[in-house]
Write a protein of this length. Structure first.
Length: 387
């Protein structure tokens, strides 16, 4: 073979070999780039702030709603910690708005109409039952949330949401009455202070504008069953309330202001409001009458038509964290039902007799919602009472 042929063959080999080499390199390049390229801005926004290994990032990202957006809360008045809201907004870049109501009935009437624009509501125990039965709440499954393990065992299988499929605790407490002991020196160990008061207290008593609280407490004083449909029992109740009203100065939820201002000397009251009154007037004492006290538990639930469902679920999980539950308690002055929250709570709250009842105090009675027939009769009694 001559030199010319050999040179041609060598050139062909070099050209073909080079082509095959560069083709292989080009096919391998995208894999290498994928492994080393920095995430895009969109990917960074979606990624959770975590130090967990990369293998868990996909699962965690899927469980966390996108940052930003809004959350609209409808809660009882003077009950929401501003510090809690600021912390939630800062942590998740969510803009929170807050509207307030004065009773479960006010909230229910508004929500039943639909299209409120609210995401979060805070119904009491019996109201949760009503809202679940009427299909007003989203089944958010708090029992599967990250912070659910902090929920105290006592508050997991509750009559209004057994297993916690819809709601998480906000605050819980009792309803009784408070007395300015600088003005009244007598015995405060019985509900007769409200329903058959001594003459010196006539015109000095405030009652809550709450049908269930007033009626249930009256039935308790008469030693009659709750959710009572017995005509004779209801006649006795009506007579008791009608007579007692002649000594009542007012019906108002503003029991705190009325006690502090001296407008009244006694008020049907929630334990946390009584604590707040005592902080301003040490003579205010919260009573634990021998007939018993009403127990209640307010809960954070999400409306079925919530426009910001994922942010609402994020808020439910957020307040299950002990340090966040403590922020609510430190502001509202009630217990919260979250294990470990006492570490972050004010010491004055942990020692308060309104929050930690003295030994021998009656166990609070939680009253489930009554049937429609009973409620209709209660409404008749209540309407006549307010005339």
């Amino acid at each position: 073979m001559n030199k010319t042929v050999i040179a041609i063959i060598a050139a062909v080999v070099i050209i073909v070999g080079g082509f095959l080499f560069f083709r292989a390199q080009r096919q391998a390049t995208p894999v290498a780039e994928q492994a080393t390229t920095e995430p895009t801005a969109t990917e960074e926004a979606a990624a959770p702030a975590t130090t967990e290994p990369a293998t868990t990032a996909t699962t965690e990202t899927a469980a966390v709603p996108p940052a930003g957006g809004e959350l609209h809360i409808y809660n009882w008045g003077d009950y929401t910690s501003p510090e809690l809201i600021k912390k939630f907004e800062a942590a998740f870049k969510v803009k929170v708005s807050l509207d307030e109501y004065d009773s479960n009935e006010t909230m229910l009437a508004k929500v039943r109409g639909g299209g409120t624009g609210y995401d979060i509501v805070v119904p009491s125990d019996y109201a949760v039952t009503i809202m679940v039965e009427e299909g007003l709440l989203a089944q958010t499954e708090p029992n599967a949330m990250e912070n659910y393990g902090h929920l105290a065992a006592r508050w997991r299988d509750v009559y209004w949401d057994s297993g916690r499929h819809y709601s998480v605790p906000w605050q819980w407490g009792t309803t009784s009455f408070s007395v300015n002991t600088a003005k009244f020196k007598g015995d405060i160990g019985s509900l007769n202070i409200l329903y058959e008061p001594p003459q010196e207290l006539c015109g000095r008593i405030n009652m809550l504008t709450d049908m269930n609280e007033v009626i249930n407490m009256g039935l308790r004083y008469l030693n009659l069953p709750r959710c009572n449909n017995n005509p004779d029992d209801l006649t006795k109740l009506n007579q008791l309330l009608t007579k007692a009203k002649t000594c009542w100065r007012s019906f108002s939820f503003d029991s705190l202001e009325k006690l502090i201002s001296g407008d009244v000397d006694v008020s049907q009251n929630w334990n946390g409001y009584s604590f707040r009154a005592r902080e301003q007037n040490p003579a205010v004492v919260y009573a634990y009458p021998k007939e018993g006290v009403t127990g209640w538990a307010d809960n954070v639930a999400v409306l079925k038509d919530a426009p910001n469902l994922e942010n609402a679920k994020l808020f439910q999980n957020f307040i299950l964290a002990p340090e966040n539950a403590a922020l609510i308690s430190n502001y509202a002055h009630y217990a919260n039902g979250i294990d470990g929250s006492d570490t972050f709570m004010d010491q004055t709250l942990l020692d308060a007799p309104e929050v930690v009842p003295p030994a021998g105090s009656p166990e609070p009675e939680f009253v489930p919602p009554c049937g429609q027939e009973v409620n209709d009769k209660y409404n008749q009694i209540w309407t006549n009472l307010l005339k």
